[in-house]
Design a protein around this ligand. Structure first.
Ligand SMILES: Nc1ncnc2c1ncn2[C@@H]1O[C@H](COP(=O)(O)OP(=O)(O)OP(=O)(O)O)[C@@H](O)[C@H]1O
Length: 307
């Protein structure tokens, strides 16, 4: 990927996010909802981003893909994809990188598919826009097969697919151009437990086969534990902890991480720890984050560092 904005980055890092700060209108001014977030994604790595609802996971993901729309605003930060500063690119240039170099399995993928278009045509569309040539049906069949869908799915409309099938179709679309990085925003959250596990396994299989790097966003720590190599924990817009999933599960450093782990069934005892007893821990965690990093009001006239 040659680009005038290319800078050097360690060979093992495919995506590098630094100082990402995003705001939305709120409280009479602007409210920072992603606050100085930074992380690196290594080649072939699966990185989880967890945190409760509203902690800023999706906003982080959408910022990485250059998909924050007004009234949202990126205040500062950079996103380097294989050395290319995506945050310095215009909308058209970004569009060229999206799907080909970095793709998204959106939250609510169930409704992300066009209801009046056959699944195969939707996948072909993504490829044809970038490759500017007709896609043979065989390639679509192979893509569908690689996510565990029969070839006949190509001729079906979204309403004819189960939730799990729709999710797989979205994954097929996201891997269609063999991107370096895939961001999956809660790819299994609307599915029942059995289908969740099957889709998660498909994701893992696809990632391993293609050697892709994946950022996977979710609430479910137990599912993340089985999927990802490293996990980052978000709380009130801050990335409060990041590290190998095993060490975070064994010895969480941040009280908020400990809180999240309280809600995970014990892998040893295979029973649920009631979350009710965790209110004190939750208060402690939130107070700690708030004291260290009060949510900043950047004011209505704050100049965005990135367009
Ligand atoms: N379009 C918007 N307008 C105003 N505020 C927004 C908008 N989108 C997100 N926010 C706010 O930004 C904060 C972070 O939201 P975000 O969706 O990133 O959190 P999340 O951790 O992904 O939550 P969830 O798990 O529920 O998807 C929330 O306080 C949310 O209300």
């Amino acid at each position: 990927m040659a680009d005038a904005t290319a800078t050097s980055a360690p060979a093992t890092t495919v995506l590098s996010v630094e100082g990402l700060t995003v705001s939305y209108p709120g409280g009479g001014g602007r409210r920072v909802v992603v606050d100085d977030v930074g992380f690196e994604l290594r080649r072939g790595e699966m990185l989880g981003l967890v945190g409760e609802s509203g902690s800023g996971k999706s906003t982080t993901a959408m910022s990485v893909l250059g998909l924050i729309r007004a009234p949202g605003r990126i205040e500062s930060g950079s996103v380097l994809l294989d050395g290319v500063d995506l945050s310095a690119l215009g909308a058209e240039q970004l569009r060229r990188h999206r799907w080909r170099d970095i793709s998204l399995v959106p939250q609510g993928a169930m409704s992300a598919l066009n209801p009046v278009m056959r699944v195969g045509a939707q996948i072909a569309d993504v490829i044809e826009v970038h490759e500017r040539r007709r896609v043979p049906g065989r390639r679509i069949d192979e893509l569908l097969g690689s996510v565990g869908l029969p070839a006949r799915t190509a001729r079906m409309y979204p309403h004819e697919l189960s939730g799990g099938m729709k999710q797989r179709a979205c994954i097929a679309m996201a891997i269609a151009l063999g991107p370096k990085v895939m961001v999956a925003d809660e790819p299994t959250s609307a599915l029942d437990v059995i289908v969740q596990k099957a889709v998660a396994e498909t994701l893992k299989g696809v990632q391993a086969r293609l050697g892709m790097s994946v950022v996977i966003i979710g609430h479910d720590m137990a599912l993340q534990a089985q999927l990802v190599d490293r996990v980052g924990v978000m709380c009130r817009g801050r990335l409060v902890e990041i590290g190998p999933v095993r060490s975070i599960f064994r010895s969480p450093a941040h009280p908020y991480t400990r809180l999240l782990l309280q809600a995970v069934p014990s892998l040893r005892q295979r029973e649920w720890h009631p979350a009710a007893a965790t209110q004190a821990l939750r208060d402690e965690a939130l107070a700690l984050v708030a004291a260290r990093h009060p949510l900043a009001d950047v004011g209505p006239d704050h100049k965005a560092a990135m367009p």
